[in-house]
Design a protein around this ligand. Sequence first.
Ligand code: SF4
Length: 311
Amino acid sequence: MEKRYNAFTGYFKKKYGCRLQKIVIDAGFTCPNRDGRVGTGGCTYCNNAAFHPNYSTPDKSVLQQIEEGMEFHKGRYRNTNDYLAYFQSFSNTYAPLDTLKKLYDEALSHPSVRGIVVGTRPDCIDEEKLDYFQKLSEQKVVVIEYGIESCYDRTLKRINRGHDFETAAKAVEATAKRGIFQGAHFIMGLPGETREDLMGMAPIINELPLNTLKFHQLQIIKGTAMEREYEQKPEDFITFSLDGYVDFFVDFLEHLRPDLYIERFAGEVPPRFVNHTPWGLIRNTELLRLLEQRLVERDTFQGKLYKKTLI
Ligand code: SF4
């Protein structure tokens, strides 16, 4: 049966005829929100160590991380021979273009690497870098992933994000103008945001010329400023039960543009990084199964209530 939402799984297979497995790379970048250019404390929820696998550490060369990543994935996906180097840690366009090119070229020199996925902040991109990505995307798979996190400036300020929503919208527009495939990441349940605020993000996101979306429910990471904020003001945070979140996300999906690919709608950080795991330990495949089941039960689908804004 066709899925009731526009799942990103299978996109590469359809487009390029093969599955493309991502290998996470930590190329030793930092972030302007940590090194003082924009800020020093970083986003209040940030602990980058929580989000990357063991094989990916900046003391290893890009090629070594790719070799080790392939070994790691071969055990799980026997038929995978094609990979994308996923520059994920910190802000992966935060360096002069020549430095970036050297790192990306090193990854692309591996015969099994078909392209790159580059995670970054919307304030770490410029015309010169976008021109480079546009050219590269004529020969290789190129995906830019922007951390946007919230559509509301008051939230971005509160989480010390160091950029506003307009900066994100401009980066997405400039990327789309060059025809570069791009995605964005959002966090559901940042402090001060109500369920209505979250629902209100759907029409705003619909206006952005994005291709893919990743969502995460907020998880409070140990040792972060947000953990302290949560302890002091728990009433400022929505806490979703697992069923409640799946139901909320079905509501949200109904309002989303039907062509937006959903790459992720929730995810669990490894338990050692969080102070509690309200949903128990649940795998991504099980989360997706619950979403699909709920869509069937409610006999609904992505975009059911989507209304195109007429300008
Ligand atoms: S932009 Fe990313 S790496 Fe930088 S502080 Fe925020 S979450 Fe951390």
